[in-house]
Design a protein around this ligand. Structure first.
Ligand SMILES: NC(=O)c1ccc[n+]([C@@H]2O[C@H](COP(=O)([O-])OP(=O)(O)OC[C@H]3O[C@@H](n4cnc5c(N)ncnc54)[C@H](OP(=O)(O)O)[C@@H]3O)[C@@H](O)[C@H]2O)c1
Length: 306
């Protein structure tokens, strides 16, 4: 793909994707709200050639400017916490729709929406519902859009193992939300970035929805146990009912950086594993990496001596 606009290109997934697209020879521009912060991050990563646009998916004029002349667009924008003016509906549904509409108007050939596993327009969870409605809205406006639904992603700087290790350092006992029985199938962030790069390169993926998951299913308790083993800590794992976790998350969300969010608690109420009915990494010729091979390369290191 010649020129790719990555909305949310300074985020956890966005940074991996941008690095990959640049290394494959694409001209990449990113669109985020905080352009200065993104420029510093890109410079630190040696990605000075990437241009940065200040854009907000809730603001049509800025979206149009960041799209003009692009051959492809990736929506990797996230909102995990609702704050004033930033709602899941505004970002994941209306924002995604506005981006798709502007992409059509600009004659962009390829559109990739990064959604999430379990997206469901009928869900009682505002986060999961907005993701599902966002998918539908994009498909209506841009029928050839490709949707990728990653499971929880791991990799250096992730929220998943980063949060588990952080909690283990802070607390003598660890909360097993919902008893720790929820099943997850975490996926390596680099595998997701590679999948998006393949989608951009292959017109045969247009209009399809991919579920991007890792090679194995774990319970939340398994993931806590793995994280504790890697950082070499012992902690008591205490079951916490969903209602209590939800209350805690609401309190955390009042802080500038929430350790736990209500959207995360909502996601933990469901098993977020592959449905088996949609294509995934295998159909994109990608062999998914396992937690056991990747997580010790960063989690152990950053917590040695902690
Ligand atoms: N992380 C996971 O485990 C996971 C799992 C499944 C699905 N996903 C999905 O994958 C995508 C990427 O997630 P991530 O974890 O990489 O997110 P992230 O690290 O939070 O990064 C989000 C990016 O979006 C930008 N952004 C936020 N609001 C924006 C807005 N209104 N307009 C334009 N840009 C905006 C942010 O920059 P500014 O703040 O400067 O705007 C940032 O660059 C999201 O759709 C997320 O829901 C993530």
């Amino acid at each position: 793909m010649a020129t790719v606009s990555v909305f949310g290109g300074a985020g956890f997934l966005g940074r991996c994707l941008v690095r990959r697209l640049v290394s494959e020879g694409s001209t990449v521009r990113i669109a985020v709200r905080n352009a200065d912060r993104a420029r510093s991050a890109l410079q630190a990563a040696g990605l000075d050639r990437v241009s940065v646009f200040a854009a907000d998916v809730r603001d049509q004029a800025t979206v149009a400017a960041a799209l003009a002349g692009a051959d492809a667009v990736v929506d990797a924008v996230s909102a995990y916490v609702e704050t004033k003016g930033v709602t899941f509906e505004a970002v994941h549904e209306l924002g995604a729709k506005a981006l798709a509409r502007e992409a059509v108007a600009a004659g962009v050939a390829c559109f990739v929406l990064v959604s999430g596993i379990g997206a469901d327009p009928e869900s009682g969870s505002p986060y999961i519902r907005a993701r599902g409605r966002g998918e539908h809205a994009v498909q209506q406006v841009f029928p050839d859009a490709t949707i990728v639904r990653p499971s929880a992603m791991f990799g250096p700087g992730d929220a998943l193992f980063g949060m588990l290790a952080h909690l283990a350092r802070l607390l003598p006992v660890l909360p097993l939300i919902g008893g720790g029985h929820t099943r997850l199938q975490p996926v390596y962030v680099e595998d997701v970035a590679q999948a998006i790069a393949r989608v951009l390169a292959d017109p045969g993926t247009a209009g399809r929805t991919y579920e991007l998951v890792g090679p194995a299913v774990y319970t939340l308790r398994d993931l806590f146990t793995i994280a504790l083993r890697i950082i070499d800590k012992r902690r008591l794992l205490v079951p916490v009912p969903f209602a209590v976790a939800e209350l805690q998350a609401r309190l955390f969300e009042l802080l500038p950086s929430a350790l736990l969010t209500t959207s995360q608690v909502d996601l933990l109420k469901l098993d977020t594993v592959a449905s088996g009915t949609l294509p995934g990494l295998r159909e994109l010729d990608i062999l998914p990496q396992a937690i056991e091979a990747i997580v010790p390369t960063y989690l152990g290191r950053s917590h040695v001596g902690a």
